[in-house]
Design a binder for this molecule. Sequence first.
Ligand code: ADP
Ligand code: MG
Length: 252
Amino acid sequence: MKIIAITNQKGGVGKTTTCVNLAASLAEQGKKVLLVDLDPQGNASTGSGIDKTHLKDSIYQVLIGNKSLQEVILHAEAAKFDVAPSNRDLAGAEVELVNEMARETRLKNALLKLGDTYDYALLDCPPSLNLVTVNALTAADSVMIPMQCEYYALEGLSDLVNTIKKVRAHLNPILEIEGLLRTMFDNRNMLAQQVSAQLVSHFGKKVYQTIIPRNVRLAEAPSYGMPVLLYDRASKGAQAYLELAQELIQKN
Ligand code: ADP
Ligand code: MG
């Protein structure tokens, strides 16, 4: 099982959209995929068609040690992948875990118990570098960083890269950057083109060739509880995430 943390401490950059649609696209390629929702907002759960208001168990119980991951995993019927869902309960985990043993390795240990049930586990991180995100980075083989090509994007990236270095030094020596993903890209925007060029000159092959365009279908699909692949397969957004899945499979 390849474990990929989809992270960026900035909110609204396309982490959740990438997690849900990449999960669906990998499943479409015949891969067995688990999406782990690590954001108390639970948008990845809802966007996969799971009703987070009526959840009996969630990833929160796994992190505090009351349940195994197997016990909380649900199948996203339409989307053909599995989800370890999240809801508001997770917001309390941070405080509750502070004095606990092995607090950074909770998720890693839970995922290890799954063995080879899945080909990929995609971890949808919250928009901060908190303990839940550290759990994701400790469990992951690699990090996928979605980003919008705007003025402050590169600045935020250095904080994230420093956090990755610290996690590598103290908790997870194998952690690597899987790739940087340009999201919500508007080709007519000069600034976006400049930032994109800077990104490529600085990070080279770590930048995915696939670019996710700004596409309204991607923004609409979650309100129907569907990945865009099911909502509008022909859309530019759906096609871009299929391409990303192929690029990812080829690299690994
Ligand atoms: P994050 O998880 O990083 O906070 P989201 O994936 O929730 O970001 O995206 C933020 C908002 O932007 C959401 O309303 C989402 O539907 C929208 N969005 C994400 N990617 C795209 C895109 N490529 N085109 C248009 N809207 C997008
Ligand atoms: Mg999100």
